[in-house]
Design a protein around this ligand. Sequence first.
Ligand SMILES: Cc1ncc(COP(=O)(O)O)c(C=O)c1O
Length: 372
Amino acid sequence: MDEALEQDLLLRKKALAYRSLPSTREGLIDFCSNDYLGLARSSNQFQPAQPVFHGATGSRLISGNSALAESLEKELADFHRAEAALLFTSGYTANIGLLSCVASRGDTIIYDELAHASLRDGIRLSHARHFAFRHNDLAHLQEKLRQATGRVFIVVESLYSMDGDLAPLSELAVLAQAHDAALIVDEAHATGVYGAKGEGRVVALGLEEQVWARIHTFGKALGGHGAVVVGSKILTEYLINFARSFIYTTAMPDAQLEYIRHAYRLMQNSDRRYRLLENIQHFCVRLKMDFNDKVTLNKSPIQVLQVTGNEGVRLLSESLGQAGFWVKPILHPTVPKGRERIRICLHSFNDQKEIDSLLNKIIKIDDHVTTA
Ligand SMILES: Cc1ncc(COP(=O)(O)O)c(C=O)c1O
């Protein structure tokens, strides 16, 4: 069996798609993690009411429910301006649970081609027909909507993790309404970043009524782990009954629930968000001056610098690593050939000197940076 598996691994290596766990990047300046507000670094401020780790002892439907979980769900529903909320142990399980159960045979799910793997896995587990539409292309989505049958769902991310660009949520909401489709928005990367208190883009745009379901994850700006689906009371009741990744798994332990509550309070501190937004602005101004047409200038913490070819991306990220900067090379086949890139994640805790020295270093090795 191992030999057979090894053959598959060799094929991956040949295709330059082999994955291995990276070495720890201690000491490097973080331009890679999703810890946008630095909350994962503030864990020393976390003093749980229950310092002893208690397991949940079972799934929520058996022995794992608690007043703490229910009150947290109420708090999160209010915070994200929804009728109800249901906790999941991760964003991955929230997405596969939700997408696999809400649509049935004869229904249609239409999703952005860049939707996260967890959304696509959930869609594959459902019995519904499904189609992808070209990234952020509303005309193409409309074409697909015309072919839809049964109950119709549109699935998008609010901020895309590989490209760092934003979904046109207001226009999507109008289209969804016109076609009587339910709009599902994954706010994983937008939670904590957008909205006056970090509620996400749906609340920032006042679209709570038009978006049928939202997924907020705690592993990114909240610096923790887990997720919540927010929507109507009927939706959360339905998920408790039909979402297999909710039903058949042990609930989160109290310490984790306490951390989530604590992180939501820290997240609302506008200083961190303000510093992050300032860093995004600073980075974009510098990038525009220095690279002009090679960058996307996203109004988001995820910035992308196009570098053609896996080799160029690797060399650039290695040189940056040697110079003390931790960035993520995104290679083909994760992205199409010719669209390889360096992904730079900005944080509230990066200071502008660090951003300047990162960009100065990139300019120095500009030979590798080719026009996309
Ligand atoms: C858009 C999106 N949705 C869902 C997930 C999964 O969330 P989690 O890491 O909590 O499982 C991720 C994580 O990478 C993501 O980027």
